[in-house]
Write a protein that binds this ligand. Structure first.
Ligand SMILES: [Zn+2]
Ligand SMILES: [Zn+2]
Length: 277
């Protein structure tokens, strides 16, 4: 099985560390076949500074340069290095995302919902201090509606940490399929892959994204899966890969199978996906 990682960051997003050569050294140690760089995408310049955890639009050239250094470091090896971006999705952002894909010459795009309301990122620690009240139900409804709309925009190749809203353990009671099903319906037959994001194991929720229940349903519907680390430092690259493979094995009762998958948006990009096919 080829080990891949499509969700990794660079210091240009202002909250990651490491030189491109260090990431490549780690990728080669782990025998990765693909090291995909997908940093937090800039917001339109007129909205900057949008927040303090993303690349500035003015750093586009520096991003290219950073990726070129990674490619130079990997030269002579079989490691393939891809250019991506992790984009925040909002209604109305579509033209900007299309522009980013072209301008950054992306091999693929990850779509993520971080913002629940304007200026309110669900992974911000201020969000953690809220108590579990009926607002949890409302927050989940808002969040999953945004994810479904993002899937339906068809702008992305991979959906990032699809149930990030659980990060601080604020999970509504009862069967969560009332949130999951509309998103799963949108994903089915879309050709969009969903990542198992292993960084969730290191967050307050202490669980991979997405939950077992969501993954089980993805497997049943044959929605493509990629295993990503969301690394913000070289030592985090492809972290908990084996644990994710074991999880897939547990859920399917079979050894995970890897296959090649072309997304609708990036006909030249081959994603390695996993499932019980
Ligand atoms: Zn980040
Ligand atoms: Zn993210």
């Amino acid at each position: 099985m080829q080990r891949t990682d499509y969700h990794t960051h660079t210091p240009l997003c202002l909250h990651a560390t490491g030189e491109p050569e260090q990431f490549v050294t780690r990728a080669l140690e782990l025998n990765l076949s693909t090291y995909g760089i997908a940093d937090h995408a800039p917001m339109p310049p007129e909205q900057e500074p949008y927040d303090n955890w993303r690349m500035r639009y003015a750093d586009a050239a520096a991003y290219r340069e950073w990726i070129n250094r990674a490619r130079a470091a990997a030269q002579g090896s079989s490691l393939s290095i891809l250019t991506g971006l992790e984009c925040d999705w909002f209604p109305g952002i579509e033209p900007w995302i299309q522009r980013l894909r072209k301008e950054f010459d992306c091999d693929y795009l990850i779509g993520s919902v971080h913002y629940l309301r304007h200026g309110e990122s669900v992974d911000d620690s201020v969000y953690a201090n809220r108590t579990i009240t009926e607002s949890t139900e409302q927050d989940w409804l808002l969040y999953w509606q945004a994810v479904t709309d993002m899937v339906n925009s068809r702008l992305f190749d991979i959906i990032g940490h699809i149930d990030l809203v659980k990060i601080w353990g604020r999970v509504p009671g009862g069967d969560l399929s009332r949130f999951y099903t509309p998103t799963l319906d949108a994903l089915e037959h879309s050709g969009i892959a969903v990542e198992i994001n292993t960084a969730g194991w290191h967050k307050y929720c202490a669980e991979q994204y997405p939950s077992r229940a969501f993954l089980q349903e993805m497997l049943a519907r044959r929605i493509p899966i990629v295993i990503n680390s969301d690394a913000h430092a070289p030592e985090q690259l492809s972290r908990n890969w084996e644990q994710a493979v074991t999880l897939l094995h547990e859920l399917t009762g079979k050894q995970p199978v890897q296959f090649e998958h072309r997304t609708a948006n990036s006909p030249h990009t081959i994603l390695h996906a996993y499932g019980s096919f």
